[in-house]
Design a protein around this ligand. Structure first.
Ligand SMILES: C=C(O[C@H]1C=CC=C(C(=O)O)[C@@H]1O)C(=O)O
Length: 358
């Protein structure tokens, strides 16, 4: 089946047809949503099944892929995971990052912001084919949500994201004809923040900075759920979770809502303070005016919708593939307690997630 998947993706690339291939965390299946023509659909389709790829600034250039075909390929992760290539990453962008950090810390100390996520990108040459890199990605990160997106007018993106933005499933019977009805849904999301390099022991002692920045994300999600009319909101205890060679703090949050609330709920959640900051509008303004580059689809989201079933993920640990180049995007949450060099090192550690696949 593995061979069939790559043959099919190769065919779509050769035909220049839009697709999203997604293997959800821990799944043994890659789902491919493909469109039969090259149209760039920019609004929510009146279709039962589709894929979405959204920018960080989600009011711009959304991409919807109409599911003319949805194919599922069984994917058993290779018993011998690919060898991890460790190479030295040049220190490009350090000066610019530290300058950005200084500007942010001024705002944080004045309490104009309580948290802001600062990011950057770095370019690398690639030799292998895009599909070889995708196969390596799926085998290296079986517990991440691995994806490959292509649209002839938008380009190629690939990633292994640990972060769920929203899962919503019908908790009752669903009929495909009743898309416009308010079908009750079980909704779940996660608050993921705080980063450390995994040292192999499961009892990492987290500092106050990490605990606080993750709590801010949890509180934000719960308040957005409440405002959006979701009910029965429940949260799990905070846990440490592995993402490749990194670890994060994570809380699951669940609630009940309905299909007619989904778009609203998505807008209420995205962008969470795991990728933007708090207060949200001020952080967004700071990022857009000071990062000095366009995040594009990084820290946006990707997803697959099929009837009442919605799966959306935050576009993190990702790269854009342009000709023989990979542009890797990375960032991290900064608060008044942050240390500039440690935050910069964190972006370097996050770069490795994609870099070791090249
Ligand atoms: C913004 C990123 O990560 C987010 C998700 C987990 C932990 C994060 C952190 O510790 O700052 C970030 O909020 C990224 O990987 O580019």
């Amino acid at each position: 089946m593995r061979q069939k998947l790559f043959q099919y993706l190769n065919f779509l690339l050769e035909q220049d047809l839009p697709f999203l291939a997604l293997k959800m965390a821990g799944s043994t299946e890659v789902k491919v949503v493909a469109q039969n023509d090259q149209t760039w659909h920019k609004t929510t389709p009146d279709k039962v099944a589709y894929a979405v790829f959204s920018k960080f600034q989600s009011n711009e250039n959304q991409v919807y892929i109409h599911a003319d075909k949805v194919l599922n390929f069984r994917y058993d992760v290779s018993a011998s995971p690919p060898e991890i290539k460790l190479s030295i990453i040049p220190e490009d962008g350090k000066k610019a990052y530290l300058e950005l950090f200084e500007k942010a810390i001024t705002r944080l100390e004045k309490k104009q912001l309580s948290k802001v996520v600062l990011s950057r990108k770095q370019e690398f040459a690639i030799e292998d084919s895009d599909l070889t890199i995708f196969e390596r990605l799926l085998d290296t990160y079986p517990t991440a949500n691995g994806y490959f997106f292509y649209h002839p007018q938008v380009g190629k993106w690939m990633g292994a994201t640990p972060e769920l933005l929203m899962n919503a499933e019908s908790d009752g019977l669903y009929s495909a004809q009743s898309r416009t009805d308010a079908i009750p849904l079980q909704v779940s999301t996660m608050s993921l923040a705080g980063t450390a390099v995994d040292d192999g022991s499961l009892n990492h002692v987290w500092g106050d900075k990490e605990k606080e920045e993750q709590q801010l994300v949890t509180d934000f999600i719960i308040s957005q759920f409440k405002e959006s009319g979701a009910i029965d909101i429940k949260q799990s205890p905070v846990e440490t979770v592995q993402a490749g060679h990194l670890i994060h703090l994570r809380t699951f949050i669940q609630a009940r809502s309905s299909t007619n609330q989904i778009e609203h709920l998505l807008g209420a959640l995205h962008p969470t303070p795991a990728v933007c900051g708090l207060p949200r509008d001020e952080s967004m303004e700071f990022i857009v005016n000071n990062e000095n580059y366009d995040r594009s689809y990084y820290t946006g989201y990707l997803g697959i919708v099929n009837g009442a079933s919605h799966h959306y993920f935050v576009n993190l640990r990702c790269m854009q593939l342009v000709d023989k180049k990979a542009i890797i995007y990375v960032g991290g949450g900064v608060t008044a307690k942050s240390d500039a060099l440690l935050e910069y090192q964190e972006t370097r550690a996050k770069l490795q997630t994609m870099h070791r696949l090249l």
